[in-house]
Ligand binder design. Structure first.
Ligand code: NI
Length: 181
């Protein structure tokens, strides 16, 4: 397993629709394992393949961020087959660090996908898990949580995001300087 680099907005891959996985091979399982490790390392509660630069319909979710056992979900070629109700949740994204905003989603979804073993399954999810599934499947269609916001909110968020990126850059430069001494 390996921790992969996370792609940041506005990288173009985050705006592209991913094609489905043809077959769940050992290579796909390796990719899934790397995604899980990368998500836990971040730490985050969900990660989609395009966020590590891979255009495939794969996402991993653990709403406990690895704190609880048996909470990890792997979805290959996921598809929402039922949706119901409304919920507003404050979302963030590992590819758009430092900014958070309320997004309206469905409260309950049923998702159909293949697991890491290549077997099809269906899962009914509510609340946070349902929100995560919708956020991650959006990634596979090149849609970001920003795309659900009003133009004004998006503009405000982008200002914050630019500041946050500049801060990250300064911190990285300072770290490099320390390491060089
Ligand atoms: Ni995201």
């Amino acid at each position: 397993m390996a921790i992969r680099d996370i792609v940041f907005y506005p990288n173009k891959i985050l705006e592209q629709k991913c094609p489905p996985v043809d077959e769940v091979t050992d290579e796909v399982r390796q990719l899934v394992d790397d995604m899980v490790e990368t998500m836990y390392d971040a730490p985050g509660i969900g990660l989609a393949a395009p966020q590590i630069g891979v255009k495939q319909r794969i996402t991993v979710i653990d709403t406990s961020a690895g704190e609880e056992e048996n909470n990890l979900h792997v979805f290959i070629n996921p598809e929402i087959v039922e949706r119901e109700g409304n919920i507003r949740w404050e979302e963030g994204c590992l590819s758009i660090p430092g900014v958070y905003e309320n997004v309206d989603r469905c409260r309950r979804v049923v998702v159909r996908a293949l697991g890491r073993d290549g077997e099809p399954f269906e899962l009914e999810a509510h609340d946070l898990l349902a929100v995560c599934i919708q956020h991650e499947i959006d990634h596979l269609d090149g849609v970001l949580f920003l795309d659900h916001l009003s133009r004004l909110k998006r503009k405000i968020l982008m200002k914050k995001y630019k500041k946050h990126l500049a801060k990250l850059k300064r911190e990285a430069e300072a770290n490099n300087r320390d390491a060089g001494e």
